[in-house]
Write a protein that binds this ligand. Structure first.
Ligand SMILES: [Zn+2]
Length: 305
């Protein structure tokens, strides 16, 4: 069965407190509809409904300190308790100790080895590749996993040709921040339909949304609220087009951050695992899943049984 993994950086399940938690403040009518009218908060999980299952997963993994992106993402991509192995939570970008685990085998390389197809659906702008080539920019865990597997990262030409999606879903950033006034642009709902179409071309597809962690560090409530209104509309377009019988959608994170804007730092909150798709696959995926280490094998079990 096909899997689309939407990775949200720095999104935990937080308190029902609109002063600090954008998910308590904002309305996401589509997602809340999937969750039986509940908001995307700690008290909504666990939940299993008609089309959605929500679990709250431990991201601390028995290691002291606050979870970080490099180790958290490495856990999702390898199934190994990397922070425990190296003795600390580490991030944001992988150091050699974390990179070693990603290079030794990850979701992308393992899916490809079983003769299935995989892709990271984000399009990266020219300045990203310039930074990597000049040595100024280190790969974060997900692009490192992709390139270690021998896959290429999608670029501007892929974005313009509709083979990949903008990291902000709509492409507004390509026009306003990256300086490409002719870049394709999508309404949020259209971006969701596009994401579904792209994901249907692969056995395993991942989309990385990093702006959530960024907004958490900036403690930017207004931006967070606007972003997740966009996210909700995107999700409605995605599910409108998604073939439930053919695939499962997983939305999860590496650590908390955005759900508590009283702090600039990451949080120890549990992170959501939101599963969308056929009930049997959701039930199998959920069974015994309590922390981030369990995600990797469950994805492989679906994609290449
Ligand atoms: Zn962060």
């Amino acid at each position: 069965m096909r899997v689309l993994f939407i990775f949200l950086d720095g999104v935990g399940l937080g308190a029902d407190n609109p002063e600090i938690n954008p998910f308590a403040r904002l309305d996401m009518p589509f997602l809340q509809g999937l969750l039986g009218g509940q908001k995307f908060l700690a008290n909504a999980a666990p939940y299993a409904g008609e089309r959605a299952t929500l679990l709250a997963l431990d991201a601390g993994l028995g290691v002291p300190g606050l979870p970080q992106s490099a180790t958290g993402q490495a856990v999702l991509l390898t199934g190994i308790n990397v922070p425990q192995e190296i003795g600390e939570h580490y991030g944001p970008k992988p150091n050699p100790a974390v990179a070693k685990y990603l290079r030794n085998g990850n979701l992308f390389s393992q899916v490809l080895r079983s003769a299935k197809t995989a892709a990271l659906l984000n399009a990266y702008p020219p300045r990203y590749f310039d930074g990597v080539d000049s040595g100024k920019r280190l790969y974060s865990a997900i692009p490192l996993a992709v390139t270690s597997a021998g896959l290429r990262l999608f670029d501007k030409a892929d974005y313009y040709a509709g083979r990949a999606l903008s990291a902000d879903f709509t492409g507004a950033g390509w026009r306003s921040m990256l300086g490409f006034p002719d870049a394709p642009i999508y309404a949020p709902r259209q971006a969701g339909q596009k994401l579904s179409r792209l994901a249907h071309q692969y056995d395993f597809a991942l989309f990385e949304y990093w702006a959530s962690d960024y907004a958490g560090h900036r403690q930017d409530m207004n931006w967070a609220v606007e972003q997740f209104k966009t996210f909700d509309d995107m999700l409605s377009g995605l599910l409108e087009h998604w073939d439930d019988q053919a695939g499962l959608i997983l939305i999860t994170s590496d650590h908390g951050n955005l759900e508590d804007l009283s702090t600039r730092r990451h949080t120890a909150a549990r992170v959501p695992a939101l599963l969308l798709g056929p009930a049997a696959a959701r039930a199998a995926f959920s069974h015994g899943l309590t922390d981030l280490t369990g995600i990797h094998q469950r994805i492989l079990d679906l994609v290449s049984p």
